[in-house]
Design a protein around this ligand. Sequence first.
Ligand SMILES: Nc1ncnc2c1ncn2[C@@H]1O[C@H](COP(=O)(O)OP(=O)(O)OP(=O)(O)O)[C@@H](O)[C@H]1O
Length: 290
Amino acid sequence: MAAPTPPSAGPANPQGAPTQTTPPAGETLIAVRDVTLAFGEKVIQRNVSFDLKRGSIFAVMGGSGCGKSTLLKSMIGLLRPTTGQIMVEGEDYWAQDEQRRTELNHRFGVLFQSGALWSSMTVGENVALPLEMFTTEPPDVIRRLVELKLGFVGMEQAIDLYPSEISGGMRKRAGLARAIALDPDILFFDEPSAGLDPMSSARLDDLILTLRDGLGATIVIVSHELPSLFAIADDGIFLDAVTHTPIAHGAPRTLRETCAIPEVTAFMNRLSSIPSSGPAPGQTPGKTEG
Ligand SMILES: Nc1ncnc2c1ncn2[C@@H]1O[C@H](COP(=O)(O)OP(=O)(O)OP(=O)(O)O)[C@@H](O)[C@H]1O
């Protein structure tokens, strides 16, 4: 687990260097380096740098509209950063040609908020789709793999049902089965718990932990679900919508307990407004400029 923020690393500074707790030890799988994300003239985030360590569960946090999904898109090949690099095991993702990027994409599994299943296809057909598109396995092997993936998420009984015939939580789990169809080693989750009841949400947390602990996946998760983040994430970054920069870096539970930046304190403790002063437990006061 990450160590507490040192007292000297209080507020975000004008240069945009975030408060940083010690990240988990281990090998860097993806290095995000000084990335700026913009739509035309509109800068969403700049100076985004962090290391995604192999085997970690990394949370992308921040208020609505700060750019969490945009950052995720830049990491999965859907949005080219305006500047900066996203290095996948030392390889500059966005400097590669399309063919190489497609190869790298096969290492990524993505679960979008809704599950993003094709409504005209059964659950089984949805999970089979990436296997049919990107492997040469015969139909009987694909069927077996689909059963295995659905079994992993506890959905084997829904293989012949359509998305409209299953609940939101089941659609998420089916989406997860599809995301892991090609055995990716890096999984990206965009608001996986949104709309789920607390038990379904906890069950999804367990699945995410199993993917990490049992299958060795590395996981990036965009979420507002604080109980989930405190339970499963061991590193993360907090994006600020005002300064358009990351203002804190560390495990969500560590940031909750030790971060003195008012915006982060408010978010992590579900406060209705940003505290004007006062330190977080064990910290000197910090003030975020912006
Ligand atoms: N294609 C686009 N063109 C222009 N602006 C965009 C585009 N996509 C997103 N944005 C803007 O980028 C900003 C960040 O959006 P994003 O969806 O990444 O935020 P978020 O932190 O994921 O928000 P939320 O928590 O509400 O889902 C928003 O102001 C949004 O309007």
